[in-house]
Design a protein around this ligand. Structure first.
Ligand SMILES: Cc1ncc(COP(=O)(O)O)c(C=O)c1O
Length: 324
């Protein structure tokens, strides 16, 4: 993030209104991005020396963690002059980034067009169209990779029409987490964080938060969470070995990888609701499964040291039909 942009998007999320005159900043909504609570998982997991904590990312405006990178990529486009008055914000998304673009577009006065796999939840489609964003559907069978390919084709046919944040290849994606998510976690744990885990879509959360935490203490481990099979039901998460690998992802970065099955993640979502009173999405279930797996390994290892494991709950059930 360039210095002048840091001033605009400070850790308190307060934006300074020095944008071009055509940008209509609805500051109250955009201010509600970042500074999310860090919750302790107390009932599903307990150990005297190991804590599991999760960032309540559904509390961001727009309802998910993706508000952070979406805002940063849009601010970056304004800063560089690639996002201009008559451009349409255009990207491929499996849902949450689309909701974030749609709400930020509405708040700032930009039109938004999104390419999404046909089978994303009906609820996500409704939320996006409520903001008057347009959706172009890609094949349900091809998942997020199919949406990426179709977006590229449309963009090549009409490059002047769009501002393309390119969430899979835009450094401003992971930098949002480097500047905000990592800093919040370090401050909220008073520097006690020892491990950070996250499932990956673009990989922005893991890469940015992981790098940001290692900037404070290089011993903090960054662990990727992935579905254990190419065909899975974990919306928002990629099985990297069988997917188009995002340009911003460096596979040598994570200290390790933990694979989680769709069934285990779904069961954990139920448990989170029943035991912790949290109605979160499937990637949150996968992240907590991985955090508990790690905690159990640490329990049984010889080391007697304390651990503070932090993960993210990226969204809530508000984005999924079946809970409504
Ligand atoms: C529910 C959910 N979890 C996890 C992720 C992955 O986040 P990232 O793109 O930062 O890797 C996404 C991305 O859209 C998501 O929607």
């Amino acid at each position: 993030m360039v210095a002048s942009q840091k001033e605009k998007y400070s850790m308190t999320g307060v934006l300074k209104p020095n944008y071009p005159p055509y940008v209509c900043l609805s500051k109250d909504s955009i201010k509600q991005i970042g500074n999310t609570p860090l919750l302790e998982i107390r009932n599903i997991y307990q150990h005297p020396k190991i804590k599991i904590l999760a960032k309540a990312e559904w509390t961001n405006a727009g309802g998910s963690i993706k508000a952070r990178p979406a805002l940063n990529m849009i601010l970056n486009g304004l800063e560089k002059g690639t996002l201009k008055k008559d451009k349409i914000i255009f990207d491929s998304t499996s849902g949450n980034t689309g909701i974030a673009y749609a709400f930020i577009g509405a708040a700032m006065g930009f039109n938004v067009t999104l390419v999404m796999p046909e089978n994303v939840s009906k609820r996500r489609k409704e939320i996006i169209t409520d903001y008057h964003a347009e959706i172009i559907y890609s094949s349900a069978l091809e998942g997020s990779d199919g949406a990426m390919r179709l977006a590229e084709k449309i963009l090549n046919e009409n490059p002047e029409k769009y501002f393309f944040p390119d969430q899979y290849g835009n450094e401003a994606n992971w930098q949002a987490h480097y500047e905000t998510t990592a800093k919040e976690i370090y401050q909220q744990t008073k520097g006690m964080v020892t491990h950070f885990l996250a499932g990956m879509g673009t990989s922005g959360t893991l890469m940015g938060t992981g790098k940001g935490l290692k900037r404070y203490d290089e011993k903090i481990k960054a662990i990727s969470v992935q579905p254990d099979a190419s065909l899975h039901g974990l919306e928002g998460m990629k099985h990297m070995a069988s997917s188009i690998v995002p340009t911003i992802y460096d596979e040598s970065f994570p200290d390790r990888q933990i694979d989680i099955s769709t069934d285990d993640a779904y069961d954990m979502v139920d448990l989170l609701r029943e035991e912790e009173g949290l109605k979160v999405g499937y990637s949150s279930g996968a992240n907590l499964c991985a955090a508990i797996k790690l905690a159990k390994e640490l329990e049984s290892s010889d080391s007697d040291s304390e651990a503070t494991i932090v993960t993210v709950f990226a969204d809530s059930t508000a984005c999924y039909n079946e809970y409504l």
